[in-house]
Structure formats: structure tokens, C-alpha cells
Ligand binder design. Structure first.
Ligand SMILES: [Zn+2]
Length: 321
């Protein structure tokens, strides 16, 4: 797998799950793009429900075409329950995606439409016809079973962290779904998003950093396809190096640096006098927080990924190394 920290290029701070007045968001597309530019973002993908937004091109931000589409679940828990995926690099919305029409509806009050593909895999078949890239949206929030996710294929990754789901009901963290897939040996990547509907409360709750060699939608799409990314609700990752006997991580000040692997495997280095250390702190700031650490870890594990936790409990996640 690519290690984006060792690749030439620049990082694009990317908003990959956002809604506008074309569906249930509250700002029109061009104003939303401006709001993200003002907040320091380098890339915006507007992902309205079953609508393709076309914001005016501009040269100070990369605009990646996107949408949030749905699929029939294998075992819905209530009538008309469906789940969703985010697709990037698409050029149209399908009129008839082929799913169960009993699950389709238009919500007048919130101005969004739901249509469905017959399954996640059939949605991915459609995505592949355009050479687009898809990530399964908020599996925890949708209560998409891990069995369903593992039985389906064709998606590049999942939305590991959704800031709106987290702030709304504490169900934004889908790392257990991710670890299940990775533990089975699947190469599946992650993104974090704010799932922005109301910019005052949502915008910037979480984001994805894409490593690209040029500031173009094509390069961003390639980073999403190959996992050349890390994602965060606060901390920054500066460097991750696979070293002898472990992994060296440089980051913004953190209280914990963890390496997580399959099942119950994982190790960590923690700040503080009594902090557990499976490895060592190499550099710290004036408050004793970690800015560089070596975390011991065997290299024969099925996968290894890094999580950094800052003093406020906010996390940043690497893709599997
Ligand atoms: Zn959404």
C-alpha cells in the first residue's frame, strides 16, 4: 500500500461529505464552497442526495463532483430503511438505479430524495462504469451490519468518522466496521467528514487530507482510490515511518499514539508520568505532549494503522500501512 507520508506532493484539506440547498443543506452551492475556502479547505466535494451540484469553477479550491446515493439493505430494521454511499468523480445521477421502489421517497420538508440501488454491490457496479470512486457512508449511524458490509464489494473504503453523526447522537465512529474489514484482509480505506448540513454547527467537525502531486480533481480521485490520505477531527499527522521493530510517528501534540492491528492486537505510547509505553517518546512539547514517538509493533500483523489522540480526546487516523 502507498505510504502518503513518503510520497512527493502536497496535502489537500478536503471536505468530502457536504450538502447544499439542492437537497437538505442550508447554503446554496457557491456560498457553501466560499464557506469552506474561508475555513481553509483546499478541496470541496458537494455530495447532495440524488442531485449533482455544479458550483462555479474557481482557481482557489479543487471542486470534486460528488453525490450521496442509496441502496436497499439486506435486512432492513424498519420500513423504507436504506443505507448510503458517497461517490466521487461521477458525471450524472441515474434516473432508475434499479432498487426497490417501495424504498424511494421525496421528503418535502427537508427537500431530499431517496432512491436505491438493489444492493451496495450493484451500486458499485454502476460506480465502476464511470471509473468513479465510492466510500460507504456512516455505517454505524445507518446500522449497516458488518456482515452486509463484508459480503459486498467494489467500494474503495468507508466513512470511518462522520462529525455530524457524532455530534448529533454519538454514532460517528465506525472504526469497528473498518477493523472487521481490515481484519479479513480487505484493502479498504477511510475518510472522515463533517457531513455538513448547517455550516454554523457542522462545518469543519472533521476532514480528510489527500496527498496529491497536483491540485486537480483527477489527482484527488486517485488519492481516494489508492488511500493516499489520512483523516482527522483535530490532530495533524506529519510523518509515519515503518521502522525496525515498530512505527515512528510525528504529529501535532498528542496524549496517545496508537498502532492498531487485527482483533485484540495493538500497542501505544502515552504521555504523562504514568503513561503506558510500548515504545518511547522521542520528542515532546512544553506540556509533555508527544510530538514524535516510536511505537513497538511486530511487522507480521495482518494490518497496522495509526491513531493519534490529542489532549482534548480528538483523533487523527492513518490508513493501514
Ligand atoms: Zn450526508
Amino acid at each position: 500500500m502507498v505510504n502518503p507520508f513518503l510520497e512527493d506532493g502536497v496535502w489537500l484539506k478536503s471536505a468530502l461529505h457536504t450538502h447544499t440547498t439542492l437537497s437538505d443543506g442550508s447554503l446554496p452551492p457557491d456560498r457553501l464552497v466560499q464557506a469552506y475556502v474561508d475555513a481553509g479547505f483546499d478541496l470541496v466535494s458537494i455530495t447532495d442526495h440524488w442531485r449533482l451540484a455544479e458550483p462555479a469553477p474557481r482557481d482557489d479550491v479543487v471542486l470534486l463532483p460528488g453525490a450521496e446515493l442509496g441502496f436497499d439493505m439486506l435486512s432492513p430494521l424498519y420500513p423504507r430503511q436504506s443505507a448510503e454511499f458517497l461517490v466521487y468523480g461521477l458525471d450524472h445521477i441515474p434516473d432508475n438505479p434499479g432498487g426497490n421502489r417501495d424504498n424511494w421517497f421525496f421528503h418535502d420538508g427537508e427537500n431530499y430524495e431517496v432512491r436505491t440501488f438493489a444492493s451496495l454491490t450493484s451500486g458499485m457496479d454502476w460506480v465502476s462504469t464511470m471509473n468513479a470512486v465510492a466510500y460507504v457512508a456512516h455505517p454505524y449511524w445507518n446500522h449497516l451490519s458488518q456482515e452486509e458490509l463484508t459480503s459486498m464489494s467494489g467500494y474503495a473504503g468507508i466513512e470511518v468518522f462522520n462529525g455530524s453523526s457524532e455530534s448529533e447522537c454519538g454514532r460517528g465512529d465506525s472504526t469497528p466496521w473498518w477493523d472487521t474489514l481490515l481484519g479479513q484482509g480487505r484493502q479498504v480505506f477511510g475518510i472522515a467528514t463533517d457531513d455538513q448540513h448547517y455550516p454554523l454547527t457542522d462545518l469543519g467537525l472533521a476532514w480528510t487530507m489527500l496527498r496529491v502531486t497536483e491540485r486537480t480533481p483527477q489527482a484527488a480521485l486517485e488519492a481516494l482510490r489508492t488511500g493516499a490520505a489520512y483523516f482527522s477531527e483535530g490532530p495533524s499527522l506529519h510523518e509515519i515511518v515503518d521502522a525496525e521493530g515498530g512505527i515512528e510517528v510525528a504529529c501535532s501534540p498528542a496524549r496517545s499514539v496508537l498502532v492498531q492491528a487485527q482483533e485484540e492486537w495493538g500497542t501505544s505510547v502515552n504521555a504523562g508520568r504514568a503513561g503506558r509505553r510500548q515504545g518511547r517518546i522521542l520528542e515532546q512539547d512544553g506540556d509533555g505532549l508527544i510530538t514524535r514517538a516510536f511505537v513497538e509493533t511486530p511487522d507480521d500483523l495482518r494490518f497496522r494503522r495509526v491513531t493519534v489522540v490529542d489532549s482534548g480526546g480528538r483523533r487523527a487516523w492513518s490508513n493501514p500501512l
